[in-house]
Design a protein around this ligand. Structure first.
Ligand code: UD1
Length: 370
C-alpha cells in the first residue's frame, strides 16, 4: 500500500484509546502535541471498549487526560461484535470530521478497528508500540498487531530489535521509527504520585513482603481447569507470602461463575486499582505474577522480578534484558519459580534503550518534520 503523505501545516490528529492499557500510552503523546498549538489540533477519541470507572475513568484522572472529545460507546461483546461496533462508529466520526492523521496505540480490538476504518478512508494511521510479535496467533492481540502494522503509515517501535519483525513482514523501512517505550514515559513521569499513594497502608502491607498478581487472558481464566490450576498455585504461594490480587472484570466474572468462594485471607482479592496505586504496589512488591503484556515491561522498569503465566511473550527483551521469566501456565512451575525468589534467588535486569521520558518528544518530532 502506498504511504499517505501529510502535507498540511496544521494537523488535526485523532488520538484513539479504548481499553485500560491504552491510556498510559496515549497520554504522553496527547500532552506533547498540546505544547504545539500552531502545529497540532489533537482530538481525544475514546472507543468505550472499557467503560467501568475502574477500568477507564480513574486512569484518565491519574494520567491528567481530559474528558474525551469523542466517545464511541463500543462496549463489550464477542471480538467481531466489538471490533465491528468500533469500526462503524469510528467511520461515521471520520466522515463527519475528517482528521489529517489518526494515532492508535497497543494491540487491543479498538486499535485494529480504528486502523481499518481510517485506512479505508485513506486517512494516515500512526501506530505506537508497533512491531511486537509473540508468534502466537491464538492470541487476539497478535492478530490486532499484525493487521494494524500492515495498515499503518507511521510505525513507532518501542524496542530496536522489533524493527526486523516489521521488515520481515514487508513493511518499508522508511515507515518505521524507533522512538522507545511510551509506557515507560508515563510511568517515569508519575514518580512522585507513586510515592504519595497510600495503598500499602490500606492493605497493611510492608515493602517486599508481598507478591502482586494480575490475571485476565482468556486462555488463563476462561477454562475452569486451567484457571483453577493457576488459583491452586496462588493458594500455595500465599502460605509463604501475602498475595495481592486486583482482579480484572473478566476474572471476577469467572471467579463467580466457577464458584470460587472466599479465598484464603493471605490472598487479598480486590477490584482493579487506579494507575498510581497499582504502580505503587508493583514497585514495592517482592515479585509479580501476571499474564499482562504491559506489566512485564513495568516490572523491568522497577527492577522487580516478574513471573509471566504464558507460554510466549511479544516482549522478549523483558526476558533477555529485564526481570521477566516465562513460567507457563501450570501450577508446579509457578510455585517453584516463586519459591526461588522467596529463597533470595531473584532476577535483576537493566532498562532497555529509550525506555525513558522523551518518547513522545521523538514521536511528535517525526510528525513535525513531515
Ligand atoms: C482487553 C484487551 C487486552 C488487554 C486488556 C486489558 C482485546 C482483544 N483485549 O482485554 O489486550 O490486555 O483489555 O484490560 O482488546 N468488562 C467490564 N468492564 C469494562 C471492560 C470490560 O466489565 O470496563 C468485562 C466485559 O464483560 C467484557 C470483559 O470484561 O466482556 C472483557 O473485556 P474486553 O474489552 O472484551 O477484553 P479484555 O479481557 O478486557
Amino acid at each position: 500500500m502506498e504511504k499517505i503523505k501529510l502535507e498540511k501545516n496544521m494537523l488535526k490528529v485523532f488520538l484513539v484509546a479504548g481499553a485500560r492499557p491504552n491510556f498510559m500510552k496515549i497520554a504522553p503523546v496527547l500532552h506533547q502535541m498540546k505544547k504545539y498549538p500552531d502545529r497540532f489540533h489533537p482530538v481525544f477519541v475514546h472507543t468505550g471498549q472499557h467503560y467501568d470507572v475502574k477500568m477507564s475513568g480513574v486512569f484518565l484522572r491519574d494520567l491528567g487526560l481530559p474528558e474525551p472529545d469523542i466517545t464511541l460507546g463500543a462496549g463489550s461483546g464477542s471480538h467481531a461484535q466489538q471490533t465491528a461496533r468500533v469500526m462503524i462508529a469510528f467511520e461515521k466520526v471520520l466522515m463527519e470530521d475528517r482528521p489529517d492523521l489518526i494515532v492508535v496505540v497497543g494491540d487491543v480490538n479498538s486499535t485494529m478497528a480504528c486502523a481499518i476504518a481510517a485506512a479505508k478512508l485513506r486517512i494516515p494511521v500512526a501506530h505506537v508500540e508497533a512491531g511486537l510479535r509473540s508468534g502466537d496467533r491464538t492470541m487476539p492481540e497478535e492478530i490486532n498487531r499484525i493487521v494494524t502494522d500492515q495498515l499503518a503509515d507511521y510505525l513507532f517501535t518501542s524496542i530496536e530489535d522489533v524493527d526486523e519483525n516489521l521488515i520481515r513482514e514487508g513493511i518499508p523501512r522508511e515507515r518505521i521509527h524507533f522512538v522507545g517505550n511510551v509506557m515507560a514515559e508515563s510511568l517515569l513521569k508519575c514518580g512522585p504520585k507513586i510515592e504519595e499513594s497510600r495503598i500499602l497502608e490500606k492493605f497493611a502491607l510492608r515493602k517486599r513482603e508481598y507478591a502482586l498478581t494480575t490475571l485476565h487472558r482468556p486462555s488463563n481464566v476462561d477454562d475452569r481447569d486451567d484457571f483453577l490450576d493457576i488459583m491452586d498455585a496462588l493458594n500455595e504461594i500465599q502460605q509463604d507470602i501475602i498475595v495481592v490480587f486486583p482482579a480484572h472484570p473478566r476474572t471476577q466474572k469467572q471467579i463467580k461463575a466457577f464458584g470460587l468462594k472466599t479465598l484464603n485471607n493471605r490472598l487479598i482479592l480486590t477490584d482493579p486499582l487506579s494507575y498510581f496505586d497499582f504502580l505503587a504496589l508493583e514497585k514495592n512488591a517482592l515479585f509479580v505474577i501476571t499474564d499482562s503484556g504491559g506489566i512485564q515491561e513495568e516490572t523491568t522498569l522497577f527492577d522487580v522480578p516478574c513471573l509471566t503465566i504464558r507460554e510466549n511473550t511479544e516482549r522478549p527483551i523483558t526476558i533477555t534484558e529485564g526481570t521477566n521469566i516465562l513460567v507457563g501456565t501450570k501450577s508446579g512451575a509457578i510455585v517453584s519459580e516463586s519459591r526461588k525468589i522467596l529463597a533470595g534467588k531473584q532476577k535483576s535486569g537493566k532498562i532497555p534503550l529509550y525506555w525513558d521520558d522523551k518518547v513522545s518528544e521523538r514521536i511528535v518530532e517525526v510528525f513535525s518534520n513531515i
